[in-house]
Design a protein around this ligand. Structure first.
Ligand SMILES: Nc1ncnc2c1ncn2[C@@H]1O[C@H](COP(=O)(O)OP(=O)(O)OP(=O)(O)O)[C@@H](O)[C@H]1O
Length: 563
């Protein structure tokens, strides 16, 4: 579905859910507007009639003040609540879009853009929504004043209304111009977030080399910050000019009513006083509306960006329903890849990298090692096997069932994976039941992590660990999932010899004994003898076996004898 429709539907749902609050807020907002305008007529009448000393006039005046205050407060509070409800939904919706989006799309968008949308854009929408309720009240004041003007003199109102409409329409073009600069600035902000990411993640490298740091700060970051500054200044200058011009138009209107119109049409002095006071009264609401425009502008740009991002993310969003029973396998089935291909294409890379076509059959309970040079496509193959990348062509089958767009999420639930760049959550997330915690504690001991951290209420006491220890913790979480398939991407690369030995000679055989199918991406040729099969990848394809596992076993025997 179109993302803007998704967002619009979401907003409608929010408003529908808070229908009563919204109706009440509109009603109280209108009461506030009318009460304020009534105060104005009251002041005018009291001054004109000279009855301002009468006690009942004072009582009515203060009563009106109270009504205006109470009703505008109720209206503002209700609208603020609806706005916050709306934002709550927007944040959740965007986060869900990001998590549900195909990995390839999320990667193509880049972490910096996603972070910019989640923080910067959502924040801009917050500010705009905070301004909106006030604009609503001021808007109702303006309408009420126009009604009052109509009661005073319809021809004068006609002139005033025409003047205001022409003024507002005339300001549309510069407003669009300002919005274009805001949109440009928003795009530059993505680049700024990328620099912030480099500054935080590349902190060590930048500290180590003054020349690189200077180039980064002076050429890259400063230039982007300068462009951003210029674009925002341009937008804000246009908004200031619009605001000032609107105020000038407003004084010109006063001049028109006071000095020009009476020359052409007879107007009583009471009507002129009433009009003058009403137009002066309009100054407050109009300047508030004008002052709120930049924030509303930024909010609109942010919302458009969120919608566009949602559109890209949800275009191929996967079905994230629970796994259908056919795919909830206790034991692994045969896994088949048939002519599977994948091509990376990125904004900066016209050529892209092509993997496959790959045809591969993995039997239940097999222990397969995948090896090959850097960039040969091992991780890409793993992502295709795990269902994180859909194949561009060819088919993946599990137990004879074809993996499709609709069941890919369910298919993935058969795999436990530890990635080369494993992310460590600070809790057992979803596996915090007593049995899982007990198993986790046993594994902490086996992986020699029990002195480093504890598990309390499903949370790890710390995740500030060395890289090797973090990988062990990732292994622990994968074990707890207890799925029929296991995939390890260069798990042992950061382990000391003792843990490599433990991994290849104890953990993997134990998993195999449990009937699991295991795929291990590895460069550890010392341990190739323990696999059932070794696949060698080169240039995105599985090469014909250069050596059989038997030859690796013979090598191993020989090494043992020499030792
Ligand atoms: N996100 C990406 N966007 C574009 N191209 C990519 C991306 N990730 C990888 N590639 C390209 O795909 C090729 C295969 O990458 P892959 O990560 O699968 O290799 P690998 O065999 O796992 O390498 P290594 O042993 O270094 O981990 C690389 O040459 C790289 O150019």
């Amino acid at each position: 579905m179109d993302a803007s429709r998704v967002t619009a539907l979401h907003l409608l749902r929010v408003f529908a859910a808070s229908k009563t609050a919204l109706t009440l807020s509109i009603a109280t907002g209108l009461i506030a507007g009318v009460a304020s305008a009534r105060l104005l007529t009251f002041i005018t009448n009291a001054l004109e009639s000279g009855r301002h000393e009468a006690i009942e006039i004072a009582v009515i005046f203060f009563a009106l003040c109270f009504v205006a205050l109470a009703s505008s407060s109720v209206s503002l509070i209700l609208l603020s609540r609806i706005a916050q409800e709306n934002l709550y939904g927007l944040r959740l919706w965007l986060s869900r879009c990001i998590v549900a989006a195909p990995l390839r799309q999320a990667q193509a968008l880049g972490a910096h853009r996603l972070m910019a949308a989640l923080t910067k854009d959502v924040e801009s929408v917050v500010v705009a929504q905070e301004v909106l309720p006030a604009l609503f009240i001021e808007g109702s004041k303006i309408i009420a004043v126009f009604v009052y003007l109509w009661m005073l003199s319809p021809p004068l109102l006609f002139v005033t209304a025409t003047y205001v409409i022409v003024g507002v329409v005339g300001l549309q073009a510069p407003q669009k111009w300002a919005m274009r600069w805001l949109e440009q600035a928003r795009k530059t902000e993505n680049a700024m977030f990328d620099h912030f990411r480099a500054a935080t993640e590349g902190g060590k490298e930048l500290k180590m080399d003054a020349r690189r740091r200077r180039a980064f700060l002076d050429d890259e970051l400063r230039e982007t910050a300068r462009v951003l500054k210029t674009q925002r200044i341009k937008a804000l200058v246009i908004f200031v000019l619009i605001d000032r011009w609107a105020e000038t138009l407003f004084y010109l209107l006063l001049g028109l009513v006071l000095f020009v119109i009476p020359r052409f049409q007879a107007v009583s002095s009471e009507t002129l006083t009433g009009f003058t006071l009403a137009i002066l009264f309009l100054g407050g609401p109009l300047s508030l509306v004008g002052g709120g425009l930049p924030n509303i502008g930024k909010g609109v740009v942010a919302l458009r960006n969120i919608e566009a991002m949602g559109l890209r993310l949800t275009a191929e969003a996967e079905v994230v329903a629970d796994a259908p029973p056919a795919f909830r396998q206790a034991r692994p089935g045969v896994l088949e890849l048939e002519g599977v291909t994948h091509r990376y294409s990125s904004e900066n890379d016209d050529v892209g990298h092509r993997l496959g076509p790959i045809t591969l059959r993995i039997e239940p309970g097999e222990l397969i090692f995948v090896t090959g040079g850097n960039g040969s496509g091992k991780t890409t193959l793993a992502l295709l096997i795990l269902g994180l990348f859909p194949p561009d062509a060819g088919a993946v089958r599990l137990g004879g069932t074809l993996v499709t767009h609709d069941n890919r999420e369910a298919y993935r639930q058969n795999f436990s994976a530890v990635f080369a760049d494993a992310f460590i959550f600070d809790s057992l997330l979803g596996y915090a039941d007593a049995k899982a915690q007990e198993r986790a504690r046993e594994l902490l001991a086996l992986l020699e992590l029990e002195n480093k951290l504890r598990i309390e209420d499903g949370r790890f006491s710390t995740v500030d660990l060395s890289r090797g220890q973090r990988k062990r913790l990732a292994l622990l979480t994968a074990y707890i999932e207890d799925r029929p398939f296991y995939l390890f991407d260069e798990w042992a690369a950061e382990q000391d010899p003792k843990f490599r030995e433990l991994f290849y000679h104890k953990l993997l055989p134990e998993l195999k004994a449990l009937g699991k199918t295991i795929i291990v991406i590895t460069h550890d040729d010392r341990y190739f003898h323990s696999a059932d099969r070794v696949l060698h990848m080169a240039c995105g394809e599985i090469e014909a076996f250069c050596r059989s596992v038997e030859t690796f076993r013979a090598d191993h025997e020989e090494r043992l004898q020499h030792a």
